[in-house]
Structure formats: structure tokens, C-alpha cells
Design a protein around this ligand. Sequence first.
Ligand SMILES: [Zn+2]
Length: 178
Amino acid sequence: MTVLDLHLLGSPVLREESKPVVAVDDEVRRFVADLFETMHAAHGVGLAANQVGVARRIAVVETDDKRLVLINPRIVEASGKETGEEGCLSIPDIYADVTRPDRVVLEALDEGGNRYREELVGLAARAVQHEIDHLDGILFLDHLSMLKRKRLMGRWKKEHADDPGFIKAIKPDTAESL
Ligand SMILES: [Zn+2]
């Protein structure tokens, strides 16, 4: 397994619409294992393929009680509303409250290529919605008011003005989130 480099805000692949997976083969399974490895190294609870520069509809989520492989995922039902703080491994150190449905039914393929449906609540529901957004080129900042988004983006640009590029190598023990 390999810890992959993370793409940060500004990298064009984060705004790409990811392509569906045609066949769940060994190459896809290896990539899923790499996503888990990278997510663990970065202390995240979720990671989408385009966050490591690959525009395919693959993501992983792991919370205390759920370990989910999301291949070609979609939300087939959503209800309720909850506001909670979110962050993103691709936008380090920026956090904001985001309102989303608090219960969703997820449909996806697992690493065996089997279709499954699962009802999720709480953090797992939030994380899955955040990751599927990534696959559609959407970032959590897009859910905020224009004013709030501008303020946070301004802060991001200031703090990252000296960055050499949009790619970050994960060193084990950098604490971050989604
Ligand atoms: Zn994210």
C-alpha cells in the first residue's frame, strides 16, 4: 500500500466531475487500499479519489462504527437537517459549519463490485455527502454563504501564498479531518 500525495485547494482536479468506474478490478482494489492508507496517515474520516489527483468515482469513509468503500456512490434518500463543523484534507486548517441532511440512504459498489444500500446517520452520513460532493467537483466551502466563503478563501490564500504548488505529501502525524 502507498500513501498518496494530497491535492489542495487550487488544484484543478478538485473541480472535475469524476468518471464512473466501469469494472471493479484488482487495480481499483489496490487504489481503494491506498485511499484508506492515505486517509489514515492524514487522520481523516473520508477521502475521495480526486483529492489524490484521480478523477474517478471512488471514495472511502471510516468513522468509529462504519468502514465504507464508495465506488460509483449515490444518495438515494435524504431527510432531516443538521448543522455541524466540517473541514477538508484538501483545505487544511479551514473549518466551517455546514448544514446537510442528517439521514441518508447510500447506494454504492463495494471493493468486491457488489452493490449495497446502507442507511447512515450522524458523522457517517455527513462524511459520505462530503465525499460524494468531491466526486462532483464540489467543496464544503460551496455550501456556505458567499460572504463567508469569500472570507475563508481570503484567509486560505493569505496563509498559503508561499506554497510551491497544489500538492502536499502526507507526513504521518499531521492532524486533520474529512
Ligand atoms: Zn474534503
